[in-house]
Ligand binder design. Sequence first.
Ligand SMILES: N[C@@H](CCC(=O)N[C@@H](CS)C(=O)NCC(=O)O)C(=O)O
Length: 202
Amino acid sequence: MKLLYTVNSPYARKVRIVAMEKHIEMALQEVELSDPDSPVKQYNPLGKVPVLILDDGESLYDSRVIVEYLDHRTPVTKLVPNEHGARIAVIRWEALADGICDAAVAAMLEGRKPEAQQSKALIDKQLGKVTAGLEALNKDIAKKKWCVNETFSLADISLGCMLGYIDLRFKQLSWQDKYINLAKHYSILIKRPSFKETMPVA
Ligand SMILES: N[C@@H](CCC(=O)N[C@@H](CS)C(=O)NCC(=O)O)C(=O)O
């Protein structure tokens, strides 16, 4: 099995952390998305990372499909509970965390355009989604140790990867000062070896 990834993709980081937490061996191939010879399109028509290439040459995407696949590969450290209510709660956290990343990526890409071509309205709209999402998650996590059922799960991993990405790209939002509950949770998550080893690079 081989994962095509980029170092700062929060979605690929989620997959890498899931594999590490579950002690699943997976080869890693870092790719350059702007490289016309990058292998990504060959395995994912959408041209996005992460992509997991299986031993028979079949490929899996996107990150939510890959983490589901990995979680079923071994019962070690189950990250998505089987019980329906808990499972829905965990994947809802994942959906919101990934959605915040989607909005943050869109705002970041717009902000990288030459100034005359940028739409401030689009950036504001996307950053509005980021802050609304952070506010909701900050309320939801409250003083809980873990996101769902007092157990470390994919919800915590998704949340941590999203916060790492916001910290990397939008430090100016001062999220750690505004969302104290999230900041506390993040400070605990980043002590885990899986988070330390996959830290985004500025
Ligand atoms: N929903 C996808 C999102 C993947 C995604 O947007 N990846 C970005 C990197 S962070 C990408 O590959 N972008 C390249 C592109 O959009 O062409 C997932 O969860 O895997």
